[in-house]
Design a protein. Structure first.
Length: 258
């Protein structure tokens, strides 16, 4: 016998390989066994078809009347008056300025300016060249340009195909108010003068000529104007004054105030 003890023989690697592989799988499974948080996508945006609320622009000209309601889509009954003439449109520099009815003019609303129809009148305007129509409310006075009878807002001009043309022949159908129209208050407006001194001189001349009337001079976006408010504000007296005024390059316009 050998004087030295026998050494332990190492186990066969082929025997240990399956055990090591199983241990490795256990370790890897444990490392990845963490709690997963499911991804919850945010809700889709809500698509609203309602129009945004209107907030009138600030004004320094006293209290602001509420914006006129949009006219109805369906108009019942026959129009109380029909007129054919040239229509134009206006936007800047009138946008966000006070209109003749006291509201703030919004060039994107369906409104129009007319010299003689009562404020708030519902009007259907048809472009006779394209047969496109739009329904608007009268909220302003104008146009004070010879040969034109209606000024549409920018939005109404686009809806009738007048925007690019600038001027077009239209049919204007006015519909009655739900309540009786108030008695008209009429005046005569003359201008516009680029030189304020010319408007002031005309005002002074007309004050001497029409001593019982109220004559004023005021500045507008297109120049300086003179207005005669007759002592009797009915249409007949205003027409008499307008017919008696003959000033070169300054046509008098008969205008309803309300």
């Amino acid at each position: 016998m050998s004087p030295f003890p026998k050494k332990n023989t190492p186990p066969n690697l082929r025997t240990l390989a399956p055990l090591l592989l199983a241990l490795l799988l256990v370790v890897l499974t444990g490392c990845h066994h963490k709690q997963q948080t499911a991804y919850v996508p945010p809700p889709p945006p809500i698509n609203s078809t309602s129009r945004p609320a209107y907030r009138p622009a600030p004004s320094t000209q006293g209290s602001v009347a509420p914006r006129p309601a949009l006219p109805p889509d369906d108009l019942n009954g026959k129009p109380v008056s029909t007129e054919i003439g040239l229509a134009s449109w206006y936007g800047p520099p009138y946008h966000n300025r006070q209109a003749a009815d006291g509201s703030i003019f919004d060039q994107n609303a369906m409104t129009a300016a007319h010299r003689t129809l009562p404020m708030g009148t519902t009007v259907r305007v048809t472009n006779l060249a394209t047969n496109e129509s739009v329904v608007v409310k009268i909220t302003d006075r104008g146009p004070f340009v010879q040969g034109r009878v209606l000024d549409l807002s920018l939005a109404a001009a686009k809806a009738t195909g007048i925007y690019r043309a600038g001027v077009a022949k239209v049919k204007i159908e006015a519909f009655a108010h739900n309540t009786a129209d108030p008695a008209g208050r009429w005046c005569v407006q003359i201008g516009a003068f680029l030189d304020q001194s010319e408007a002031v001189q005309l005002k002074n001349d007309l004050m001497r000529r029409y001593a019982n009337a109220k004559v004023i001079e005021f500045a507008g976006p297109t120049g300086h104007w003179v207005r005669i408010n007759p002592a009797q504000s009915d249409r007949q007296h205003a027409e008499q004054i307008a017919d008696s005024i003959h000033i070169p390059d300054a046509e008098p316009y008969l205008t309803r105030l309300n």
